[in-house]
Design a protein around this ligand. Sequence first.
Ligand code: FAD
Length: 291
Amino acid sequence: MRVDQIFADARAAGAQPVSFEMFPPKGELTLERAREVAGGFAPLAPDFVSVTYSAGGSGNSAATAQIAQMISTEFGIPSVAHLTCISLTPDTLAAKIDEFRAAGIENVLALRGDLPAGMSEADAENIAFPYAKDLVPALVDAGFCVGGAAYPEGHLTCDDLPTSVKHLRQKQDAGASFFVTQLFFDNEYFYRFRELADAAGITVPITAGIMPFTSKQQIMRMVFTCAASLPAPVIKILARYEDDPASLREAGIEYACRQLEDLAAHGADGLHVYTMNRADVAQAAMHVLRR
Ligand code: FAD
């Protein structure tokens, strides 16, 4: 099922789609392991599951389509295959489109991918598809429902939020019909960003991405790779449970659940959980959202 239709149906019913991310980082997620993860998600009946892609074709990016296909055909859960354009040429994109079609993929999250080491933003301008917006039209023409990434605190390499929102609008103009946000730990950033997006004429659904944090290392990595701000309540949790990883994990999941509840109460278009492939994390989130 197409994700734009899922959002339209939910909007008509006054509901908010809840989705999960499954990530195959750098070759670690085999089809077998992905099947186990999907089996853990299935009883929770998410509205869709998105499957990440290793930028640059490294890792197991070839598995993204297979995993997305498996989620839809074996578990009946709509899926979204991520695709990054940083290393694509027109020929390799055409081959990817064929691969995705052959796998029955309906939804694609069009991304640029992080720049490979040594490549600058200026170098990136000289490649075939420098920005995600450049990938969107070919995917739309090929018949996919196409989404893009949104950044409530602005993208790491973009200096100001209005410019980030302007770039988001370009993705909508290119044909993107839904957005999934970068994770954030303070909902106020999302609400401010939502206002800016509305003012910029962004009309497609923006689903809010939340990652339950389960360790200090994980959250510190996220702060630097995603440019997500750490609000005082999160810092207090990290300080309080510095020597108690189990309690920290529990408090991190609880914090994310409160964020999700608040976003739901504020009428977010949808809620997307960065599950880290953990059924218990997905279950905790679904428990607060569907009770
Ligand atoms: P873009 O929208 O192209 O933006 C990249 C940068 O260029 C931004 O700073 C933007 O402001 C700027 N920009 C955009 N348009 C213009 C323009 N016209 N002129 C000048 N500057 C411009 N990475 C992976 O490798 N695999 C994944 O599966 C993956 N999934 C993700 C899922 C989500 C929901 C999110 C939020 C991120 C994901 N990422 C993934 C990370 C993503 O690839 C990086 O954040 C990447 O650096 C930017 O990708 P983008 O699609 O947002 O790029």
